[in-house]
Unconditional design. Structure first.
Length: 118
């Protein structure tokens, strides 16, 4: 059983920064992918960024240059540094862990709200 606990969300003004954290606990395969998704009201959940246990990253174009994903394998923790935040970044941000054969298993965190507003 894997548990993911997110933290770091909140209210920030446009142009501001936030850092999200997601700590994984439980039985975790050494090779895995951790990622951040977001879901805005009335929209589908979308990938924001992902990182493999080897450090290979994928960041979607809409946040590239503003958001940075990183991880600490010793702590089984993934981070999302969000800079130059815009109102359109407002959403619930979810942490995901994919693992196992073909990375076919996945676990999700409970989500953390990020609101960008003046």
């Amino acid at each position: 059983q894997v548990q993911l606990v997110e933290s770091g969300g909140g209210l920030v003004q446009p142009g501001g920064s936030l850092r999200l954290s997601c700590a994984a606990s439980g039985s975790i395969f050494s090779f895995n992918v951790m990622g951040w998704y977001r879901q805005a009201p009335g929209k589908e959940r979308e990938l924001v960024a992902a990182i493999t246990s080897g450090g290979i990253t994928n960041v979607v174009d809409s946040v590239k240059g503003r958001f940075t994903i990183s991880r600490d394998n010793a702590k089984n923790t993934v981070y999302l540094q969000m800079n130059s935040l815009r109102p359109e970044d407002t959403a619930v941000y979810y942490c995901q862990l994919r693992w196992g054969s073909g990375l076919s298993n996945e676990d999700w965190g409970q989500g953390t709200q990020v609101t960008v507003s003046s």
